[in-house]
Design a protein around this ligand. Structure first.
Ligand SMILES: Cc1cc2nc3c(=O)[nH]c(=O)nc-3n(C[C@H](O)[C@H](O)[C@H](O)COP(=O)(O)O)c2cc1C
Length: 185
């Protein structure tokens, strides 16, 4: 099995990180990997916000938790409590992928970018978890504040995000079912 295939099979979403920050060189490599991901028609209109400011990461997390508590969604509230109100899991890096939603492929482009980042991170001895929940901070009542904090222009919107760091827990990769692949010959 080559190293890339091994990396694909070893990746798992990690929901606890140590306080060890990423190095400048790791950040730069990850930034280049994000940019190397393909986009439909090579349009490259997505933007990556590499957030390492702990205060801001905590603010985003707190906003999401507050929105969940205010929602009355008991299932979400229960899950948030079980996760000790952690949404970003103390990761030292949160990458927000922002897109122009008038491009019909923007969500796919963003998904490919976070998938690329998750595998790049794993291959570098780091771990990650793709995060949809931070969207709440960027679509909720304080969306303008959070967009402004990132310097995100009006025409861009949060699409997805990924937390990356050094793991502080172990987790096995998920199981899968070969029947989900249909070989059409
Ligand atoms: C689009 C997307 C959004 C996700 N959002 C969250 C999230 O907000 N919080 C979280 O803890 N995990 C999130 N996950 C991680 C999934 O729960 C995880 O990938 C899934 O359970 C499979 O586990 P694995 O990544 O370990 O294989 C997300 C994954 C994807 C692909």
């Amino acid at each position: 099995m080559n190293e890339t295939i091994k990396t694909i099979f070893e990746r798992a979403s990690i929901r606890a990180y140590s306080s060890e920050p990423l190095t400048e060189s790791e950040l730069e490599t990850l930034a280049k990997c994000a940019l190397a991901a393909p986009t439909a028609r090579n349009i490259q209109t997505r933007r990556f916000y590499f957030i390492t400011n702990k205060v801001l990461i905590n603010e985003i997390e707190r906003e999401v938790v507050n929105i969940i508590y205010a929602s009355g969604d008991e299932l979400m509230i229960q899950r948030t409590k079980e996760r000790n109100e952690k949404v970003i899991y103390d990761a030292p890096l949160l990458v927000v992928v922002a897109v122009d939603k008038s491009n019909k492929y923007s969500a796919v482009d963003a998904g490919i970018a976070v998938a690329t980042l998750s595998l790049a991170a794993k291959s570098m001895g780091l771990d990650s978890v793709i995060l949809g929940m931070p969207a709440m901070a960027f679509t909720g009542p304080r969306r303008e504040y959070f967009k402004e904090r990132l310097g995100m222009p009006k025409e861009l919107e949060f699409e997805t995000s990924i937390a990356i760091g050094h793991k502080a827990m172990e987790k096995a990769p998920h199981e899968f079912d070969m029947e989900h692949v249909i070989f059409v010959k």
